[in-house]
Structures are given as C-alpha cells and as structure tokens.
Ligand binder design. Sequence first.
Ligand code: ATR
Length: 293
Amino acid sequence: MEARITGRTRLLGLIGSPVAHSGSPAMYNYAFARLGVDYAYLAFDIPPQGVAEAMAAIRTLNMKGFNITMPHKVAILPYLDGVAPEVELIGAANTVVQQADGRYIGYNTDGKGFVYDLEAHGYSIKGKKLLILGAGGASTSIQAQCALDGAAGLWVFNRKSPTFDRALAMADKIRAAVPGCPVQVCDLADRAALLAAAADCDILINTTSVGMHPHADSCPVADEVLDALRPGTLVSDIIYNPPRTLLLEKAAARGCPTVNGKGMLLWQGVEAFRLYTGITAPVKEVREKYFAE
Ligand code: ATR
C-alpha cells in the first residue's frame, strides 16, 4: 500500500449506511493494484440526513467519483450536476463520476450489470419478452435497462402495495421513453395473468427477496407457474445468497437454464470501474477471488 498511494492518487469511494459489510473497497483496491492505476477506494458511512454535506465534502476533496448504496440512491440526485439517460428513467443513481470539466454526473449500472451478466452466460435480452417478479429498486433498474436495450416487452408482477403503484408510474415512464417496449403491470395474486405470462415469456426474472437467506425454503411462484414455462425459458434470480435459490432449483429440475445474482453484482461493478477509469477491470481475477461459489 505505501508503495502504491502517492501524492497524485485520486480518491473514489462508497457512500451509504451501513457500509462496513461492503466488499467493494477490497475489490476496487485489488483491481487498482492489479492494473497499476492510481486510485484508492474507501467506504464512508453517511446517515440519511447527511447527503448534502457528503456531496459538498466530495467536491472539496475533488474526489474522482463514488458509488452510492442504500439509503442514498435517490436522495443524491438533486446534488449532482447531471445524470445519464438510464438515471432519468430509473430515478436513482448508484455511480457518480467527475467529468473532465469537474461536473459530477450520475449513472446507474445495476441494470447494465444484469444485462452484461446474461450476455456473459450467452443470452441477449434483445427481442425477448421478460416476466419480472417484483418492482422494487433492482427491478426498476432492470426494467429500464432491458427496455433501453431492446427487450420486446415486459410483464411486471408485484403484490398490491405502494410498490405496485410505483410500478404503474414506472411503466408509464418506460412507455414514453421506449414506445417499442410494451409494459404490463399485474398483481402477483392474479393467477391467470401470471400463468399466461409464464407461457409466453422468454426469460423469467425474480427480483423479489423471496427465497433469500434466511428464508431459502420459499419460492416466489407456485409450481404451476414453472410448469407453464416453455422448454428452454431462462430463469434468472438476482438473489446470490443462497447461490441456488429454491426457484432456480425448481427451474433446473424442469430443464430450464438458470442464472443467479452473483454476476449482476460483479458486472455492475465492472461497468462502474470502466466509468471511473476508462479501462476494463480484471474480470476473471475479481470473479475468482471474490465471487467464487
Ligand atoms: P431491491 O433494492 O433488492 O429491489 P426492494 O426495493 O426492497 O429491494 O424490493 C423488494 C421487492 O421484493 C419488492 O417488489 C417487494 O414487494 P413490496 O414492495 O410490495 O413489498 C418484493 N417482496 C418482498 N417480500 C415479498 C413477498 N413476501 N412476496 C412478494 N413480494 C415480495
């Protein structure tokens, strides 16, 4: 470390609360050292009411950029100097990069992480019909990116809750921004709609927390929904703990290819790394060191 940090080293970081559990500092600093690029990355625990002060400090310290995690992904937006098109649509940023002219611009790499990971597994979302379970933060990023990247249509299922109403508003935004991508928002309890969507979709994506540790014995849909999938339908779960959720177990038992959420995490970081440094992260090494199953 003492040989790597110099008087010219640029600072990057993570803001959120809590952040002590984050694996990002280790991963970024490993990649910087591995590639010999002159950055350092630290995590900063910023309370919910501290965003304005944090942004002022970031400007004072002339930081190169930062990642944003809960609870600041939306609250940061008014303090930025501009946002990328996907942030316009999603309404949240997870990466901010200082441009050559000093302006801080917000990006959201969560949806790109999802799309790049499917590509790494040999699947394109172009022209595909997607059935998305859940409509929270991660789902919103995936919906927006997949629509922007040419998905043929989206069905979004959520239980009737405030999230359902936000999903309706999000669908209107996607329809306006990407008219070629029809979006339908349905009640997760609407059995007929869920079975019809399952029979017609190319990719089923779980973005709900159902099936996540310590509730690994639960599955977001009934068996009949999985039985309705066409052979070869890709089933993706953004959960990575456990690495193989009950949903993925059941889908694999029916012969469906499956992808878990680890790669989305890896690839959203790879995209942020590219935005910060202009170069590609050492994906293979980072995957082996931090994402081994
Ligand atoms: P993330 O940032 O990971 O997307 P989130 O924004 O909290 O997390 O979204 C979690 C999603 O899981 C939401 O769609 C949530 O639905 P509600 O907002 O209506 O609760 C969904 N979810 C969580 N528990 C669920 C359950 N038991 N059944 C169905 N959906 C559930």
